[in-house]
Design a binder for this molecule. Structure first.
Ligand SMILES: Cc1cc2nc3c(=O)[nH]c(=O)nc-3n(C[C@H](O)[C@H](O)[C@H](O)COP(=O)(O)OP(=O)(O)OC[C@H]3O[C@@H](n4cnc5c(N)ncnc54)[C@H](O)[C@@H]3O)c2cc1C
Length: 267
């Protein structure tokens, strides 16, 4: 059976672990601390789920998919993670991004409610009417209980058979013959894998950078990234360049797009 090591058990790592287990994949998750810990992006009380994204209906469609997915997950887990409080949008100007969001939602068939400043203070007395040039309330949207969701998804993945190694930091990805072969922990232990998923959040630069950990300065290194379109790969390259440059170890010499779904970065 294919064995995948996932680095990081934030919402992305934990969610990937659960999805892979559902697909029958053997999974090991290595988490330096605990899923949804206080420093993680997925820690904390809440994260907003909203449909307001300016004119860009792609994000509205993604938000709608996310809302359905959260509901389905709640039904599976038997817990409430998404609280549909509705979203109140306030802007200083009547011609604003918030107004564009409102118009786009109406055009897409949703029913956000335009509000006067006086109506805002009547319904939410804690808010002053001063400076409100545009206001709308959309009953769809709310917040996800972030840490609880991350913990619950990680626990479900674990009971579905994913192995969790907690309190262990991945020092680098073992890359041999142009492929990720597993990870090396800070303790020196290696975990072999057919594929490695990096989900280390804000620690991504450090973890990616350490792909090269076993190679010294100036040596040729290959890092293959998949799933990035051209523009994203270019941005990613710029990011890597900056990180690598700041670490004064090397720089990106070439960024070659193999095809839409496969990008190679030569460091
Ligand atoms: C203040 C704030 C507000 C936000 N608001 C919203 C919002 O309203 N709506 C929304 O949708 N999103 C919001 N986001 C974004 C969202 O919270 C993040 O995109 C998401 O939580 C990131 O999850 P992650 O799994 O990528 O990272 P994280 O949750 O940070 O998880 C990464 C994990 O990897 C572990 N790790 C890192 N390096 C290693 C290593 N070398 N070895 C082992 N483990 C490692 C870390 O310990 C951590 O647990 C917000 C983010 C922040 C910070």
């Amino acid at each position: 059976m294919t064995h995948v090591v996932i680095v990081g058990a934030g919402i992305y790592g934990a969610g990937t672990a659960l999805a892979l287990r559902d697909a029958g994949v053997d999974v090991t998750v290595v988490e330096a601390r605990t899923p949804g810990h206080a420093w993680a992006g997925s820690g904390g009380l809440s994260r907003v789920l909203r449909y307001e994204y300016g004119r860009d209906l792609l994000y509205v469609r993604l938000a709608a998919l996310a809302r359905d997915a959260w509901r389905a997950l709640e039904a599976r887990l038997g817990v409430t993670l998404y609280h549909e409080t509705g979203i109140l949008t306030l802007a200083a100007s009547a011609s604003s991004w918030e107004r564009e969001s409102f118009d786009a939602l109406v055009a897409a068939g949703y029913h956000p409610e335009p509000l006067s400043a006086a109506e805002v203070t009547r319904r939410w007395p804690v808010i002053s009417a001063d400076g409100i040039g545009f206001a709308a309330y959309h009953a769809i949207g709310g917040f996800i209980a972030a840490r609880r969701a991350t913990e619950a998804i990680a626990a479900t993945a674990e009971s579905a058979g994913a192995r969790f190694v907690r309190g262990a930091a991945v020092a680098g990805v073992v890359v041999e013959h142009g492929r990720a072969q597993g990870v090396q922990l800070a303790s020196g232990e290696r975990i072999a894998a057919d594929a490695v998923v990096l989900a280390p959040g804000a620690w991504a630069a450090a973890t990616l950078f350490n792909c090269t950990g076993k190679l010294g300065k100036g040596q040729d290194r290959d890092l293959e990234l998949t799933g990035h379109g051209f523009e994203r790969a270019r941005d990613f390259g710029r990011l890597l360049d900056e990180v690598v440059g700041r670490a004064s170890v090397g720089r990106i010499d070439e960024l070659e797009v193999v095809d839409d779904d496969e990008t190679e970065v030569f460091l």
